[in-house]
Design a protein around this ligand. Structure first.
Ligand SMILES: Cc1cc2nc3c(=O)[nH]c(=O)nc-3n(C[C@H](O)[C@H](O)[C@H](O)COP(=O)(O)OP(=O)(O)OC[C@H]3O[C@@H](n4cnc5c(N)ncnc54)[C@H](O)[C@@H]3O)c2cc1C
Length: 462
């Protein structure tokens, strides 16, 4: 049985930055990273919009899995803030969380991100404009790497790490077993026919590993809780409509409380001059978006999500199951993602191919024209419509008939795993980080959690 000082499950940003920091602080450590997906250069989504238009449910989804994790083809927006992107600060404190996010930012610059822009809401005139219109702009600094530079950074990080760490790609970890010891615990990691042993295990399985994580926690006996899912649509409109905001802030996180139900609706993942993409989570196709730093790859549209947060109380526990059922409904009706013109939604009719072709806003994703009111619960749809009219006051044109709405966008939250301030479970030596812990929901928070745990682990060896 091969033994390692540290085993990391998952090579997303959480796993990568923990591997980086471990080997940076103690180059003698024997570290292995197990990743269910492919190496970076072998990650290709077969959807080309021509021959393959919809998700064909690959064995491992190249958008969500492989070196770089779900973030590899993302827009590479590293939000440096405690206001959103996770609740890491509740465990490690606001100051430490920000310090770690800034440290990750410095590494991103060192590994290829130098010259990319850092945007900030500090002193922005849009704060006042939002407030005047019953909208709230959240505080953040955002490093926009862009999909292209994000890829370069990952490539450089891999080239740096590959001689320092043993990578096992296309290797799905099936089990983690705790072997209690007198001095310290040992962990047996099973992948295929092989078993590996370690005294320190970091589980960093992200969103695509949410079901696996749930089962692992049940088997090992780690407490979890879960009660939230965000459901909504991705909005796409001509880039000019939001250019005054995106030119200054790049990404603006704006929150609105609906008059009708008092629900919170927020903008999420804004991609100026970007493209809308389909995403496969556990076999369910939802929608997302990204954009490029390279002007040659940019589009004429901006896209962002409008999400309504749904918190459930006892006895209902399966918030992700609720979100999945709604996404399944859109997959059932549209064979994948559905797109509808805002004018059609308000007019109570489905969008058709003909009406889409006549639309002034040209879709960047080949989705099925349909009717989102047959998919989204009324309360959620009412909230989205209210917010579109509210946004129209600060970005006139948002409520245009040709604004495109893609559905559904679901933000699944992994159940929150019980960990302490070191992100260590009740089994000493077993750590859970990144989106798989339910504590982080973003590149910057997931990466920061990786660095935090790596530093702690190095301390435990000294
Ligand atoms: C299209 C898209 C765009 C996004 N854009 C942004 C953005 O601009 N800014 C932002 O902050 N966030 C963005 N996100 C979210 C961001 O990518 C995640 O928050 C981040 O990747 C979480 O990092 P992680 O390491 O925790 O998990 P992940 O990145 O999900 O990585 C987990 C890895 O673990 C592997 N894994 C899972 N189970 C196992 C197993 N049993 N055995 C072995 N390996 C396993 C998976 O294959 C995966 O590669 C985006 C996400 C998507 C999908």
């Amino acid at each position: 049985m091969t033994e390692y000082d540290v085993i990391i499950v998952g090579a997303g940003p959480g796993g990568i930055f923990s591997a980086y920091e471990l080997t940076n602080l103690d180059p003698k450590l024997k570290v292995a990273v197990f990743e269910a997906g492919h190496p970076l250069e072998k990650r290709h989504c077969p959807i080309d919009g021509v021959k393959i238009k919809n998700c064909i449910h690959c064995k491992t989804c190249s958008i969500m899995s492989g070196f770089g994790g779900a973030g590899a083809f993302s827009d590479g927006k590293y939000n440096i803030t405690n206001d959103f992107g996770g609740t890491l600060y509740e465990y490690i404190g606001k100051r430490t969380a920000l310090e770690l996010m800034n440290y990750v930012d410095s590494l991103n610059l060192r590994f290829g991100g130098e010259g990319t822009k850092l945007y900030t809401t500090t002193g922005s005139r849009f704060k006042k404009l939002c407030m005047e219109n019953d909208l709230h702009l959240l505080d953040a600094s955002v490093r926009h790497l862009g999909t292209d530079i994000n890829y370069v950074v990952l490539e450089n990080l891999y080239n740096y790490l590959k001689s320092r760490v043993d990578f096992f790609f296309d290797t799905h970890v099936t089990g983690v077993k705790v072997i209690p010891g007198d001095q310290e615990n040992q962990f047996e990691i099973t992948a295929g026919e092989e078993t590996y042993r370690t005294g320190r295990c970091i589980m960093s399985v992200g969103r695509s590993g949410s079901k696996w994580m749930e089962q692992a926690c049940r088997e090992i006996g780690i407490e979890t809780k879960s009660n939230r899912v965000d459901i909504g649509v991705r909005v796409e409109l001509p880039a000019e409509v939001f250019s005054h905001l995106t030119d200054e802030l790049y990404e603006s996180k704006i929150v609105y409380r609906t008059k009708k139900y008092g629900d919170l609706v927020r903008t999420f993942c804004m991609n100026p001059k970007g493209a809308v993409v389909a995403e496969n989570t556990n076999g369910i196709v939802t929608v997302n978006g990204h954009s490029y730093e390279d002007p040659a790859k940019q589009t004429g549209n901006t896209n962002f999500a409008l999400l309504v947060a749904k918190h459930f109380s006892e006895p209902f526990k399966d918030s992700n199951g609720y979100g999945e059922s709604i996404a399944r409904l859109s997959n059932m009706l549209g064979g994948g993602v559905i797109v509808q013109r805002f004018g059609d939604l308000i007019g109570g009719r489905r969008s058709t191919q003909k009406r889409l072709e006549e639309s002034f806003t040209v879709p960047t994703l080949g989705a099925t024209p349909g009717d989102l009111s047959l998919v989204l619960p009324k309360r959620i749809l009412d909230g989205i419509i209210e917010m579109i009219y509210a946004l129209d006051k600060i970005a006139p044109g948002t409520a245009n008939e040709d604004t495109l709405l893609y559905g559904v966008e679901v933000k699944f939250y992994n159940m929150e795993v019980q960990v302490d301030e070191h992100l260590e479970t009740s089994f000493p030596g077993l750590y859970v980080i990144g989106d798989g812990s339910g504590i982080t929901h973003s590149l910057s928070h997931a990466s920061a959690s990786g660095v935090h745990v790596a530093r702690r682990i190095v301390d435990t060896f000294s």
